[in-house]
Design a protein around this ligand. Structure first.
Ligand SMILES: [Zn+2]
Length: 473
């Protein structure tokens, strides 16, 4: 029985007769599955993994034909109207084939093409309906996989992981191009969503408890090489063909969405992310839109927490003038330590004895007391490099004094550090700053944008066939 079953299954796969009803293909696949599971029992060198792989192969052709017929049926059902403006198409012609890679192998569809007199463009309504418009030849599920894998790991690895886990074989360069194409689509969608967020009149949700919106900003740099093909010429002129560019990063969350796991680890249950290498104006717009989506307009107040970088506080003053500002406690402590090192040099014990109580005072009492101590130390110094170094830190503390309300923060249960945004930067750098990696501006913005859609739980807006949300699954 096993032999006949196997033979009929194999011959069916080879002939690949697309005129057969799915029920016949399914019966043949079922037969092949029966054989495979019998084989598992008999083969002493196979474990369940062998059946898992074989079973997927047994139904592969059934699935491929299902996709192909589904695509054709949907294409045939499309009315000959322009998918952009709705105008009936003229000069219709049928039978335009398009072959693309699907989750289950190569698929070909015959489509109808027509001319839209209003748009002055040739249109293929089926492409829009099938989700094939913005792709170099991949089904939506493959677009999804390419976008996700390449935004998570280097292309060569992505290619191998994709082939191993799904059987989908894409050349490295094609995979790279497809991921970036999806990233550019994500950028256009992001612009749309940000404009919506900025203009939308939010329905006032009934908020039971007033909450604070926390906004954190930081930056890290990325190595880019825009002058591809000109490296040798640039080197002859004594220029290295690489440059470092800032990736501006931000995160925002409601204070009441911050909590602790059962194990006591701090967690933020809902949080928005932004990362862009397109400059401060872009960051400002994207982060504001993200904060609005996360409830900024209904918040009782907003609080910006960051390190001492000048651009951050300028942006905060300008974009969120009502928001309170707080300097990351760890950065403040580092500046105290810098003053201490200037004062005590290599004497670690003295440094420690001086620094520890000051840090405690800064955290639990007030910045002004710490500033007085620093000023006393400065007054006792003669002119010289030590005085210059200590004076620099005195200035720093004066400049940020209003942002060092750590005692009040702790009493209000607010964060005193910008750990969440720093963690976000670190994670992004793990992907975008590997040794030997160079990026181009267009390429890295596209992939960063994909990564942010994923993190923000908006992947399904790009790929409506999936309901997967990494924040909830
Ligand atoms: Zn049109």
């Amino acid at each position: 029985m096993t032999t006949t079953c196997l033979e009929s299954a194999t011959s069916g796969l080879e002939s690949g007769t697309s005129s057969e009803p799915l029920a016949v293909l399914a019966a043949r696949a079922a037969c092949a599955l029966e054989c495979s599971l019998q084989r598992l029992v008999l083969a002493s060198d196979q474990n369940l993994g062998h059946l898992e792989v074989q079973a997927a192969q047994d139904v592969h052709e059934l699935l491929r034909q299902t996709i192909e017929r589904g695509a054709q049926a949907k294409a045939d059902a499309m009315p000959p109207t322009c998918p952009v403006c709705g105008q009936p198409l003229s000069r219709l012609s049928t039978g335009h084939p398009r072959t693309f890679e699907s989750r289950f192998g190569s698929v070909t569809v015959q489509r109808t093409r027509g001319y839209c007199k209003r748009c002055h463009k040739w249109r293929v309504p089926a492409d829009t309906a099938l989700g094939l418009e913005e792709t170099a030849g991949y089904s939506p599920a493959v677009q999804d996989m390419a976008a996700l894998l390449v935004s998570k790991m280097p292309v060569e690895e992505a290619r191998a992981v994709l082939a191993h886990l799904t059987g989908v074989q894409l050349p490295r360069a094609t995979l790279d191009r497809e991921a970036k194409r999806q990233g550019q689509r994500a950028q256009r969608l992001r612009t749309e969503l940000d404009q919506q967020a900025a203009t939308e009149k939010r329905q006032l949700e009934l908020t039971l408890e007033p909450y604070q919106m926390i906004i954190q900003l930081d930056a890290w740099n990325i190595r880019e090489r825009d002058a591809w093909g000109k490296s040798a010429a640039l080197r002859r002129q004594g220029q290295e063909p690489e440059r470092w560019h800032w990736v501006y990063t931000g995160t925002c969350f409601r204070l009441d969405h911050r909590g602790h796991t059962d194990g006591g680890r701090p967690v933020i249950t809902e949080r928005g992310f932004v990362a862009t290498r397109q400059g401060l104006a872009e960051l400002r717009q994207q982060l504001h839109a993200e904060a609005l989506r996360r409830g900024l307009s209904q918040a009782a107040g907003a609080l910006v927490i960051a390190d001492g970088a000048v651009w951050i506080w300028r942006l905060a003053d300008d974009r969120w003038p009502q928001a309170r500002q707080r300097l990351d406690f760890y950065h403040a402590a580092q500046h105290l330590a810098a003053a201490g090192r200037a004062l005590f040099g290599e004497d670690k014990d003295k440094l420690k004895a001086w620094l520890k109580p000051l840090i405690k005072q800064l955290k639990n009492e007030s910045a002004i007391k710490v500033i007085h101590k620093l000023e006393q130390a400065l007054a006792a110094l003669g002119p010289g490099p030590v005085a210059v170094a200590v004076a620099r830190e005195v200035d720093y503390f004066h400049e940020h004094q209003e942002r060092m309300d750590y005692r009040a923060a702790q009493r209000a249960g607010e964060p005193i550090g910008s750990g969440p945004v720093e963690a976000t930067c670190r994670q992004a750098q793990c992907r975008f700053k590997r040794p030997g990696q160079f990026w181009s501006q267009a390429g890295d913005e596209a992939l960063l944008c994909l990564e942010m859609f994923w993190r923000n739980g908006r992947w399904q807006l790009l790929f409506p066939h999936t309901s997967f949300n990494p924040a909830r699954n």
